[in-house]
Design a protein around this ligand. Sequence first.
Ligand code: CA
Length: 414
Amino acid sequence: MASLTPWISIPQDSDFSIYNLPFGIFSRQYEPPRAAIAIGDKLIDLFPLAKQGFFDELVPTRTVFAEPTLNSFIALGKKITNGVRLLVQTWLCEEGSPLHQNQDLIYPQADVKMHLPVKIGDYTDFYSSIEHATNVGKMFRDPENALLPNWKHIPVGYHGRASSIIPSGQPILRPKGQVVAKDAKDPSYQPSGRLDFELEMAFIIGKNTELGDSISTAEAEDYIFGMVLFNDWSARDIQKWEYVPLGPFLGKSFASSVSPWVVPLEALDPFRVPGPEQNPPVLPYLNYMGNKNYDIALEVGIQPRGATETIVSRSNFQYMYWNMAQQLAHHTINGCNVNVGDMMASGTISGKSEDSYGSMLELAWAGSKPLKMSDGSERVFINDYDTVIMRGHAEKDGVRVGFGEVRAQVLPGK
Ligand code: CA
């Protein structure tokens, strides 16, 4: 990889290196939300640069950067969005560039508020980690036949709820619902006692399709703008009672948290790796060429109130059995259309080892193996006032491209 030398100082080990340059939506006090690019621990305010005409050769409308979501910008297409990214990269390495002369438009990230990066029309959650599906199958169903017969033929998924997807930093409220207590036959209505996280990543659709269209695995990455970290909060006791026969409902729809910076697929290109062997062979429309998995190291921390954080899991996005291209090909094989801003989450990303599982359900094995926190307390699920933090980054040959973090504190429900 070529070595770039920016004039701006970037903290060592920053996720937001000169090779990353993700897009997000921020606001400052009394100002409306608008688009930015992250660099190091700072961000670049794009609209004032556009207003001065610096993007005019690339971007047809200056006001696209003044909108409160990235949808219109993303809809301009990868040629333009990546063009903006590469132009900013050049500016960051050139003294006298428009950005170098407008350094007052670079603000500390600590001084701004981050928002949801896109308006999410539809949200789909897959179930694509074989380790996770096997673990859950063992606990919820049958230890001998943990995987259902369709699992290795279909990237299993369900349509989730977009309205309750919230940005990192916003607390979540412990959900209430129908729960069947241990040894009880009938359900009762109560706060969930088994609140859990799910370590996931999500991709954001960058191009619309028409009803009836299908996207091939070869075309799929043209339709993916970028990725975020995704915490699919789950109430296991509500889920266990409600999920048969139609799948997740209120045990999932109360909240999902996403990281604020969307890392474009172009920035992740150097970190492609082969996926796992798929056996039995998949149907032809799910076949793919090339490396479609990505080596992205992931971790989850739990921070009890007043205590330091304890890392409870280290996983990797490359473990996914089904890759994003296969997920999108499958999603559209029936002619279902997709729209810019749609979010598709991977499903819980568990590795093979016990310390790489992507949920408390698996890490503490349905409550039977408590995890120790730094303050000496134990967890089998998530307690009130705990903060759950997820991080992810790729690194190769000294080049680091990361996602920052997604965090949320759990508060007692209303
Ligand atoms: Ca999930």
